[in-house]
Design a protein around this ligand. Structure first.
Ligand SMILES: CC(C)(COP(=O)(O)OP(=O)(O)OC[C@H]1O[C@@H](n2cnc3c(N)ncnc32)[C@H](O)[C@@H]1OP(=O)(O)O)[C@@H](O)C(=O)NCCC(=O)NCCS
Length: 172
């Protein structure tokens, strides 16, 4: 491994575990999870669900050891990214790590922060002895899918949807 260069510029962003005072910053960033949604998905309930997930971690953060949230901050302390990862059981019984959400603020995209946050999630999984890390990505999120491909993720399944004509209302 190469020795660190003492003259190198310090990284622009720091990554650390979640703290309770991150809740508002992370909840604001979670609204970006509507990027790349297909036109048939209403972004409003999606955004509301994302805010709910953040509240759920906030409530569990101090007691849970089967999940972690890592937060990226800029030099001024602003929250500019986060990733959450948890241990979960696949239906075959195998235990794996699952990345629930990965978000980087729009104004700092393309600087490798998404990749660094993903590395943090992988490190967490590796330290727990988990042999696989999985996630779901929207087909419309080209940027996210390019990042995952570059980081060695293989596409495992494709979810298909089809619109049906409106049916009778209950009671009709
Ligand atoms: C997906 C996301 C986390 C990536 O964060 P990031 O900090 O920009 O990621 P990185 O800089 O580490 O890597 C970006 C990679 O995306 C790809 N990319 C960059 N610009 C792109 C573009 N306009 N279109 C498609 N792919 C692009 C490249 O592969 C790039 O890597 P490289 O240029 O270094 O080879 C961020 O865009 C985001 O928060 N998006 C909205 C939320 C989201 O979609 N989250 C994922 C849910 S599954």
């Amino acid at each position: 491994m190469a020795a660190p260069d003492p003259g190198a510029a310090p990284p622009r962003f720091a990554i650390r575990p979640w703290r309770p005072d991150d809740e508002a910053g992370v909840a604001a960033l979670a609204l970006r999870l509507t990027v790349g949604l297909p036109p048939w998905r209403d972004p409003l309930p999606w955004a509301a669900a994302a805010q709910g997930w953040v509240r759920t971690w906030a409530a569990r953060a101090s007691s849970a050891d089967d999940q972690a949230v890592f937060v990226a901050t800029a030099a001024d302390g602003r929250c500019v990214g986060f990733v959450d990862v948890a241990a979960r059981r696949h239906f075959t019984g195998a235990e794996e790590a699952y990345v629930g959400e990965l978000v980087v603020a729009e104004d700092v995209e393309g600087q490798g922060l998404g990749s660094r946050l993903l590395s943090e999630a992988e490190r967490w999984a590796h330290q727990r002895g988990l042999g696989m890390i999985a996630l779901d990505a929207s087909m419309g999120s080209a940027r996210a899918r390019a990042l995952y491909r570059r980081r060695g993720f293989a596409e495992e399944s494709v979810r298909l949807v089809k619109m049906l004509p409106p049916g009778p209302r209950p009671g009709e």
